[in-house]
Design a protein around this ligand. Structure first.
Ligand SMILES: *[C@@H]1O[C@H](CO)[C@@H](O)[C@H](O)[C@H]1NC(C)=O
Ligand SMILES: *[C@@H]1O[C@H](CO)[C@@H](O)[C@H](O)[C@H]1NC(C)=O
Ligand SMILES: *[C@@H]1O[C@H](CO)[C@@H](O)[C@H](O)[C@H]1NC(C)=O
Ligand SMILES: *[C@@H]1O[C@H](CO)[C@@H](O)[C@H](O)[C@H]1NC(C)=O
Length: 310
């Protein structure tokens, strides 16, 4: 019921003028937009009861046999509609050719259930959520994003950065709450609305961004060691109060496997047992110190070579 109201409220934006020719010959108000679901049969109505009319699409007369299939003389039946049938339909007085009604047909699908993901990349400040639709509905689709913290709790907005966004963020996070948050992402377009509910406990979805500024440097006089240094992800707001631990993944150029070591609680590390003169490729990943949530993805590869006798 509520969805119908939403659709009705937004409808005026979709019934904008049919084309630049709208309004010519005093035809304002004749033109309207009709949305058809892909693969369904659709009736276009002229609203000229009883009277025989002539249908045109993009200005070209529609074969009389097709028009007759509509049953009532003033209707046009489109079967198994496809995107190729989009266009400007108009019905006309058969004698005078006067335009009785114009319909812009748009073909698409109601939105599918959006796939939702949420991560606390800036724990404990914000939770960022993203969503996507498995297939493109071809019609303007927007998303209403709200959340509740507990069943009967007040509904709040998950804030989208702008129109057409496919992400939103929740601030005001309550830490260590055993009551799940539930995000509601509702996709709405002219053919329907579909919602997906995504429940989460903040600590279970902690996932920092990858560490930044990784440097791999030689250590003077040490031909079998490399110095690794990096920074916590800048999106992690309080590394001093919510420390991260780090994993290191490295490989020697030409070797066909790599090694992962860690966790380490500091932001530098000396790799030992390095083959002199060889090139090494290194990545680091971060995880919340308390082991809540998930690892970050790996940072981009950085390469280095140990010190060699000048
Ligand atoms: C009408 O014209 C539009 C735009 O050129 C085209 O995409 C559409 O397929 C045409 N419709 C029909 C039924 O020919
Ligand atoms: C999370 O959301 C905030 C606010 O919209 C945004 O500034 C930030 O870039 C987002 N972080 C990530 C990692 O997407
Ligand atoms: C989800 O959001 C939609 C759009 O605001 C609303 O109509 C619907 O009732 C909500 N569903 C739940 C379970 O909160
Ligand atoms: C380690 O192996 C993975 C998977 O084969 C690869 O994607 C990654 O780049 C390698 N990392 C390093 C540091 O070579």
């Amino acid at each position: 019921m509520k969805w119908m109201v939403i659709v009705a409220l937004v409808l005026p934006a979709w019934s904008s003028p049919c084309s630049s020719t709208a309004g010519r010959n005093g035809e304002e108000g004749l033109c309207h937009v009709q949305h058809g679901a892909l693969g369904t049969d659709l009736l276009l109505r002229c609203n000229a009861p009883g009277g025989r009319v002539e249908w045109r699409v993009n200005g070209t007369k529609v074969a009389a046999s097709e028009a007759a299939a509509g049953g009532d003389k003033d209707q046009l039946l489109l079967q198994n509609v496809s995107p190729a049938q989009e266009g400007e339909y108009s019905c006309h007085h058969p004698g005078t050719g006067k335009t009785l009604r114009r319909i812009r047909l748009r073909v698409g699908s109601p939105p599918e259930k959006p796939a939702v993901e949420c991560w606390a990349v800036s724990y404990p400040q914000t939770v960022n959520c993203t969503w996507k639709l498995a297939s493109e509905p071809r019609l303007e689709t927007y998303f209403i994003t709200t959340y509740r913290h507990g069943m009967g709790a007040k509904e709040n907005e998950c804030v989208q950065p702008g129109a057409g966004a496919s992400s939103c963020s929740i601030s005001d996070i309550q830490m260590f709450s055993i009551t799940p948050y539930v995000l509601n992402v509702t996709a709405v377009n002219p053919l329907g609305a579909t919602m997906n509910l995504f429940p989460f406990i903040v600590e279970q979805i902690i996932r920092p961004d990858p560490p930044e500024d990784l440097r791999v440097s030689p250590i003077p006089g040490e031909s079998k060691k490399l110095l690794l240094e990096w920074q916590p992800p800048s999106s992690w707001p309080f590394p001093q109060y919510f420390p991260l631990k780090y994993f290191i993944r490295y490989t020697r150029e030409g070797a066909n496997s790599n090694r992962t070591i860690g966790p380490y609680e500091q932001t530098s590390f000396i790799l030992t047992g390095i083959r002199p003169r060889a090139v090494y490729h290194v990545q680091v990943a971060a995880k919340d110190f308390t082991d809540y949530g998930d690892y970050s993805t790996w940072s981009p590869l950085v390469s280095g070579t140990p010190w060699t006798q000048p």
